[in-house]
Design a protein around this ligand. Structure first.
Ligand code: CTP
Ligand code: MG
Length: 549
């Protein structure tokens, strides 16, 4: 009998390209089971191609649901979730299951409206003429697709017994779940079906935080339309040969813009559940932005964005090298969001990507480094790792086992403390953050914050950040560093108010700040630090986490 969450052995359809890639990518697994990002992507893509998205009634009976879908083929995995209604993802053991489903589905007939007859793998499950069964599984069996609210997180963390446990607990609460990752790959795969109308050999791959290991539930879905799989024969050396007639454009950028413009139009006009489509084609990296309602994801579709794919791979590699990297990045990202250092609205704020690079740099700068520099990873690269994209050298080692384990044994608490201390006193006005060298460099330009793009080295990842935002970041680092040195903060609270434990440790750092609220920042700045800190401690003692929403 099938259980929600069961995974059965794959019976792959041997004929398609993806299945062949899966076989090849198995080699890319180290002895301890760590997989390369490429291997993960190929496996997940193949899984997604055998999956369908079902909109169903919230009172759908799970047993009948399974019976219905099993008639079309063996099911490897299924799960329910809520997003503007109830949905399910069903992964068949083979693509024949999907084909059978497509064959058996009806075209909706709606009074007073017409439909675009584009058949996708998004379906609605109708239950006509049958009484709905009472809901046996909604609620507890629905897989969450968003994080718990900050005040609940603060409560949860306050119950932990050490700061290290708090950091681990935060990471577990925030990281993407297995189901959410499947859903992300499924949305890419559904979108590929639209793009494939023009480019049958294309793939759409997620990049950024959906796959780099640092994604939080609810983060956006960055997608890359990959046309590199489109290939042709080499020209014959002599005699007659054919070449394709192809439309020409003035530059790669112009080609990207026209492709994204057309695909964006298709997504808008034909894509089930795709709403609010915006074509942002004049950005440095042209993109189509839209919301995919059935999954609840905010999507950014780009093309020809290979350097970003490389930086995703690099971040993934750093995350896999040492588990402390992910824990620290999650904690710093959450801390930054709680204090409005990062924002979901674009502007002069520090971005999550910049913050991640700052954490990596800090980890390289420990007296015994936690992770190696990018230059070192480049030295370890083999011939197959060589990669030059648009003149940028993006070479670094892909075989994890060639990278020597570092000897640093600091605890998560020590590292978190160290992070705040490091940036509380970093000479931002003169120096640039550089993970390639693992050492600060003189700033090449006068932007308040300079973080060198690891691959496009002439670019500053944090060019958008203004002085106010940088000052807020520094003030908050100072405050958090100070808090982590107080025994009041660092001792687990024995007492509680009702069932609400008194915030301590990391939970304290997520409470509203006293220094960086920052409307009267100038005034506060003139106050002696000792006074400021005294009042801060007083207010923290009585703080109610409910205020932080
Ligand atoms: N990227 C980059 N240079 C930048 C910004 C982004 O190379 N200046 C790449 C990074 O690989 C990044 C990805 O594009 O991970 C996606 O960018 P973004 O969505 O801004 O960041 P995420 O890492 O996905 O973080 P978030 O969870 O905030 O979306
Ligand atoms: Mg993103």
């Amino acid at each position: 009998c099938l259980q929600n969450g069961d995974t059965f052995l794959h019976r792959c359809v041997g004929t398609n390209v993806v299945a062949a890639q899966v076989k090849a990518s198995r080699k890319e697994e180290t002895e301890d089971g760590r997989k390369s990002l490429n291997a993960v992507q190929v496996e997940r893509q193949e899984q997604a191609e055998r999956s369908v998205l079902i909109s169903c009634h919230s009172r759908t009976n799970e047993r009948k649901f399974l019976k219905y879908f099993s008639r079309h083929g063996d099911i490897n995995k299924y799960f329910f979730y809520e997003s503007y209604g109830m949905y399910a993802v069903v992964e068949f053991a083979s693509q024949e299951g999907v084909a059978s489903l497509l064959e058996g589905a009806a075209i909706p007939s709606i009074d007073y409206e017409s439909v675009v007859p584009f058949k996708s793998r998004s379906f609605s499950l109708r239950n006509l003429g049958l009484a709905e069964s009472p809901n046996q599984q909604s609620g507890k069996l629905c897989q969450p697709q968003t994080t718990i609210p900050i005040n609940e997180l603060i409560k949860k963390l306050s119950k932990e017994q050490s700061i290290d446990q708090q950091i681990t607990s935060l990471t577990e609460a925030y990281q993407l779940t297995e189901e959410n990752i499947r859903l992300r790959f499924l949305v890419c795969s559904l979108l590929k079906d639209i793009a494939a109308a023009y480019f049958p050999e294309c793939t759409i791959r997620p990049f950024g935080s959906s796959v780099n290991g640092f994604g939080k539930l609810g983060c956006d879905l960055d997608m890359f339309l990959d046309l590199d799989g489109i290939s042709g024969r080499n020209m014959a050396k002599s005699g007659l040969s054919l070449e394709y007639q192809m439309k020409r454009a003035t530059s790669e950028r112009a080609v990207t813009q026209s492709i994204l413009s057309v695909i964006g139009e298709c997504v808008d006009q034909f894509g089930p559940g795709c709403v609010g489509v915006q074509k942002i084609l004049n950005a440095r990296c042209p993109l189509v932005r839209f919301a995919h309602q059935p999954s609840g994801f905010q999507c950014d579709l780009t093309a020809n964005n290979r350097v970003a794919m490389k930086s995703t791979e690099l971040l993934y590699l750093y995350g896999v090298l040492d588990p402390r990297v992910r824990c620290l990045v999650f904690t710093v990202r959450c801390w930054a969001r709680a204090h409005g250092i990062t924002s979901s609205i674009p502007g002069a704020w520090i971005t999550n990507f910049s913050l991640t690079v700052m954490v990596l740099f800090f980890l390289q700068r420990r007296s015994s480094p936690v992770i190696p520099t990018l230059d070192h990873l480049k030295e370890l690269a083999g011939p197959a790792d060589k990669s030059v994209i648009e003149g940028n050298d993006c070479t670094f080692v892909s075989d994890f086992s060639k990278i020597q384990v570092q000897s640093n044994e600091e605890t998560l608490e020590q590292l978190l403390c160290g992070f705040f201390e490091f940036y509380a006193t970093f000479p931002f006005s003169r120096m640039s953050i550089n993970i390639r060298k693992g050492k600060e460099q003189n700033k090449p330009e006068m932007n308040p914050l300079h973080i060198q793009n690891p691959f496009e080295t002439s670019l500053n990842v944090s060019k958008n950040v203004n002085t106010t935002q940088l000052e807020r970041f520094v003030a908050l680092c100072q405050e958090s560093s100070w808090l982590l040195q107080q025994s009041d903060t660092t001792t687990p609270s024995a007492s509680s108010q009702g069932d609400t434990p008194v915030p301590w440790g990391l939970a304290t750092l997520l409470l509203p700040s006293q220094v960086a609220g920052i409307k009267g920042r100038k005034k506060k700045k003139r106050e002696p630090a000792s006074e400021m800190i005294k009042s801060l401690l007083e207010s923290l003692k009585n703080k109610n986490p409910q205020n932080n929403s």
